[in-house]
Design a protein around this ligand. Structure first.
Ligand code: GDD
Ligand code: MG
Length: 366
């Protein structure tokens, strides 16, 4: 089976993590985010993936290579300019099979694609959209279904307050190649706004699912996705690494403090005497946590050094940062790559500190 993954967005809402890395290769738990999608696709028989890239395509290619490690043939299509969700598909036309999957490249899910493909075949659909319920559909594509699962209405980013359904498009589609006849070439075309409406009543179906689903596009949802992976709320390969004690600890880790599961610690991590890591913590390779420091409900990426007596909670710290003694980071704050924070700072309330910034001792308090 073939799949096209759309990864053209700039991921602006995930800055500063995406200031230095394209969203698909931002590390999530212990691997580039997109690896979770590729492993999920592989488990449902996908062996041929076309990545439709815009922004920083080379960086995506550098991290993923040709896919052979995952047993997938991986190809890349670069857009000369952003073509939109359907325009990007049009550019891949020469490579496409008669039937294929298309995925938004920013979702973490374990939707049963095998059953979705079976339904698509049984109904003779042109397009079958996976659907999931959400509390507030206004930021998504809202779908209203008939009894036979054909789509009665599709509204992208509905504005009205009273919404007649809580089912939204999950960004996972089974498509027939004939759909390309509806997509004009050489311009930006939105599949949500220009193609689905044309197909209503003419072969557009929905596949409702109650599987785990999350669009990881904001820091809060990135943290949520991290915790859901290490708590096993979504089916991923990380579950196996965690084993029955819900701890995955890389080679050469030196743990003199306490580690509370679930937690994932990369190779060479050092946790000093009296420090406390977890629960719900991810430390990348070679992270060091100083004496008496606390890291919980937090993600700290590779090589970051945390001083003594620090408190990190509900925050994301990118790779290669230095955090001075007695600094507190909390409240959804995000530090970009290589940030250098002196001692005795308080960083909170969703603060975002951009890559390479240096803050002297005692510079910030809330
Ligand atoms: N190649 C390419 N070119 N990819 C693009 C482009 C483009 O011009 N524009 C967007 N994408 C990619 C993004 O990188 C992302 O992976 C996916 O297409 C969807 O774009 P988003 O910008 O994340 O859209 P959204 O989240 O607001 O809405 C979409 O996803 C919802 C589910 O998360 C829609 O498909 C909604 O209908 C859906 O409910
Ligand atoms: Mg999205």
């Amino acid at each position: 089976m073939q799949a096209v993954i759309l990864v053209g967005g700039e991921g602006t809402r995930l800055r500063p993590l995406t200031s230095t890395l394209p969203k698909p290769v931002v590390p999530l738990v212990d691997r580039p985010f997109i690896a979770f999608m590729l492993e999920w696709l592989r488990a449902h028989g996908v062996d041929d993936v076309i990545m439709s890239c815009g922004f920083l395509a080379t960086a995506v290619r550098d991290v993923l290579g040709d896919g052979s490690r995952l047993g997938i043939r991986l190809r890349f299509v670069e857009e000369p300019d952003p073509r939109g969700t359907a325009g990007a598909l049009k550019l891949a036309e020469p490579m496409l099979d008669e039937r294929f999957l298309m995925l938004n490249g920013d979702v973490l899910t374990d939707i049963d694609l095998t059953r979705q493909i079976a339904q698509h075949e049984a109904t003779g659909a042109t397009a079958t959209l996976a659907l999931v319920p959400v509390a507030d559909p206004s930021a998504y594509g809202l779908v209203i279904l008939e009894e036979d699962r054909s789509v009665r209405d599709f509204v992208e980013k509905p504005s009205s307050k009273e919404l007649p359904s809580n089912l939204i498009s999950a960004g996972a589609y089974v498509l027939e190649r004939t759909i390309l006849e509806l997509v004009p070439a050489d311009r930006n075309v939105s599949i949500e706004r220009e193609v689905w409406p044309l197909l209503v009543g003419k072969g557009l179906y929905g596949f409702p699912s109650d599987s785990y689903w999350l669009d990881i596009g904001t820091p809060a949802r990135y943290l949520q996705g991290t915790f859901d992976i290490i708590e096993g709320n979504v089916e991923t390969a990380v579950r196996e690494r965690l084993g029955s004690d819900w701890l995955a600890i890389g080679e050469g880790a030196q743990l003199d403090g306490r580690v509370v599961p679930p937690a994932v610690l990369g190779q060479g991590v050092r946790v000093a005497e009296g420090a406390h890591v977890g629960s719900l913590a991810v430390l990348g390779a070679d992270v060091s946590v100083g004496a008496g420091s606390i890291v919980e409900r937090a993600v700290v990426l590779g090589g970051t050094q945390i001083g003594a007596g620090c408190e990190l909670r509900d925050c994301i710290v990118a790779a290669g940062c230095r955090i001075g003694d007695h600094t507190q980071i909390s409240g959804g704050a995000v530090l970009g790559e290589g940030v250098n924070v002196g001692a005795d700072n308080v960083i909170t309330r969703g603060a975002r500190i951009f890559p390479g910034v240096a803050l002297p001792d005692g510079a910030i308090e809330f």
